[in-house]
Design a protein around this ligand. Structure first.
Ligand code: ADP
Ligand code: ADP
Ligand code: MG
Ligand code: MG
Length: 539
């Protein structure tokens, strides 16, 4: 069977239903004739964090808009106004009856952290300090600013913040408000691994106080650590979405990895996602593609030095470390966008570069843009290597400047990967991508890199993605915003140990699926692994 997104058999297992559920109930909402339909809503639990896991375009934000009262559900009847009586009747006997009753009476307090924090400066002006003080209804300002490490940016203008800083300010503004229900749409984009854990802590603290929290998240390790329960969303992105039964977080994520929901009898992926238990074998002197000497770069107040390195043919080199440590600066030096103060890139190679922050000012369609930027657009090779894994078919008619964050990201990665180059350089490619897209991107990058005898260098913070894609890795350490140091490329085990020991986090493997899971601080495994110096791979 085809995967439903493209018409051909898809080697990338794009997410879609392979067998249909026996019967769908009545929809909660339908946007219009032949438009997206949503079936089911998540469970809302006092004192718990409930995670939503599913691809883009499957109805996650629609759910949050309905639950926060921004969108009145029409129960599938888009032609006439649906009354609140009909809605509460629809949920008779269900906990949502009471919820919608109160919502309709204006009796619920709801807070919503939106997905695209990059847009925040357009709607909020002024200093961080002023914003956070004005919303501190729970009197938690000190706790939240210190937990999210915002002290040093309190005096800064919101307009001048980086992506990771905006994300932390947006999370702080949400948790400071007093409400009954808290909805977080993708809280970890742009955050580094440690910041992800801090964000998880302040959000979990809401649940510990008895609040109901709902979180949409695509970083599986973060979703695992933040949620008590999860709902999986499946269906046909853009067509319809179904909310699965609620499951405990471990069982739920494993069902997702396996691509099969037993109770619902729904298979949405042909194969499970497979993880390695052992680090990839260290290369025996593979052929060098590019060499660089040690590099130095200073900005006013920031100094970076990079140990010399060598990039090999066919490898995928990942780079990770905290924010503000010089990862993007290193990427820019490789790409030739910035010049090092000292040192040089020795072998002249062609580099195709996807920057961290994306802007789409082009006003034409995606198709027009592909004609001018993707060299082999229209060929069969382009179709299999680029169009399919990045699901570009469904973007072709869209206007470039109206793409969502996830759409712009996958288009940008696709265009970079379609160039003829020796090195593909991606700065944070997974931001705003859904889980399936991350995995399809990983496979596509590996496939193109190997077929061209090239290499890829990827800066990213998603541990599950890094685990899945890396051949080797380099680690950035130092003092964020002050000085950074990058190691030479090394094997993944050493890199993970170096990075995670600085961060103080250990990972274990799930027994069933082998996916990496964060250990609880000071748990038995955490202490044992720290003693052995094995932060990531258990022996
Ligand atoms: P997700 O958050 O899972 O990415 P959304 O809930 O934003 O998905 O959207 C689900 C589907 O509904 C998408 O195909 C989207 O294009 C469509 N959609 C969202 N808002 C509207 C709207 N106001 N009118 C018509 N279709 C919409
Ligand atoms: P990362 O990608 O690891 O988050 P960056 O390389 O973007 O870090 O930035 C490292 C440090 O250098 C940050 O403190 C940043 O503010 C500073 N920096 C980056 N680019 C410039 C620039 N053009 N001028 C001045 N400072 C800069
Ligand atoms: Mg969304
Ligand atoms: Mg960066």
């Amino acid at each position: 069977s085809g995967c439903g997104i493209c018409t051909n058999r898809c080697p990338f297992n794009a997410i879609s239903i392979i067998n249909l559920p026996e019967a769908l109930e009545d929809p909660i909402h339908r946007y219009g004739q032949n438009q997206f339909e949503l079936f089911g809503l998540p469970t809302i639990k006092d004192g718990s964090v409930v995670g939503l896991l599913g691809p883009n375009g499957i109805g996650k934000s629609t759910i949050i808009r309905i639950l926060s009262g921004e969108l009145k559900p029409n129960l599938g009847n888009f032609e006439e106004e649906t009354s609140w009586d009909d809605i509460t009747n629809f949920f008779k006997g269900n906990q949502l009856q009471n919820y919608f009753q109160k919502l309709s009476e204006g009796d619920l307090k709801v807070v919503h952290k939106p997905q695209m924090v990059d847009l925040l400066p357009k709607v909020v002006k002024g200093k961080v300090d002023d914003l956070l003080n004005s919303v501190d209804q729970r009197n938690r300002l000190d706790f939240v600013t210190s937990s999210l490490q915002l002290e040093t940016i309190m005096e800064r203008e919101i307009a001048n913040l980086s992506g990771g800083e905006l994300q932390r300010v947006a999370i702080a503004a949400a948790v400071l408000r007093d409400a009954d229900f808290y909805y977080f749409d993708e809280p970890t984009s742009w955050l580094d691994v440690r910041q992800r854990l801090y964000a998880i802590n302040v959000i979990r603290e809401l649940a510990e106080e008895g609040k109901s929290v709902l979180v949409i998240e695509h970083d599986l390790a973060a979703l695992d650590a933040i949620s008590d329960y999860i709902h999986i969303l499946y269906g046909q992105p853009g067509g319809y979405g179904v909310v699965s039964h609620m499951r405990g977080v471990r069982v739920g994520i494993n069902a997702y990895i396996n691509g099969f929901l037993r109770e619902e009898n729904v298979r949405f992926r042909k194969q499970p996602i497979e993880f390695h238990v052992r680090p990839p074998a260290t290369e025996v002197e593979a052929e060098a593609l590019c060499e660089y000497s040690s590099l130095e770069k200073s900005y006013d107040g920031f100094y970076l030095n990079v140990d010399e390195g060598l990039v090999q043919h066919d490898e995928i080199l990942t780079a990770f470390g905290p924010n503000g440590i010089g990862k993007t600066t290193f990427a820019k030096m490789l790409a030739g966008v910035e010049k090092p103060d000292e040192g040089k890139i020795k072998k002249k190679v062609k580099i195709s570069y996807k920057p961290q922050y994306l802007v789409s000012e082009y006003s034409g369609t995606v198709q027009e843009f592909l004609y001018t930027t993707a060299p082999h657009y229209g060929t069969n090779l382009f179709k299999t290597e680029i169009m399919r894994p990045f699901l570009l078919e469904e973007l072709l008619e869209k206007k470039m400047d109206e793409l969502s964050g996830g759409e712009l990201q996958r288009l940008s990665v696709a265009i970079s990967l379609s160039q003829e180059a020796d090195i593909y350089l991606f700065d944070e490619p997974t931001a705003y991508m859904d889980v399936e897209q991350r995995l399809r991107a990983a496979k596509a990058i590996r496939r193109v890199t190997e077929s061209r005898n090239a290499a890829a260098i990827i800066v990213d913070h998603d541990i599950v993605f890094i685990d899945y894609i890396s051949s080797r890795a380099m680690v950035f350490t130092g003092e964020p915003g002050v000085e950074g140091h990058a190691t030479s490329p090394m094997d993944l085990r050493s890199a993970m140990n170096k990075f995670l020991s600085e961060v103080g986090i250990t990972f274990r493997r799930d027994k069933e699926t082998r996916r990496p899971r964060v250990n609880k601080l000071d748990s038995y495994l955490d202490r044992e692994q720290k003693e052995k110096g094995e932060y990531y791979y258990l022996k």
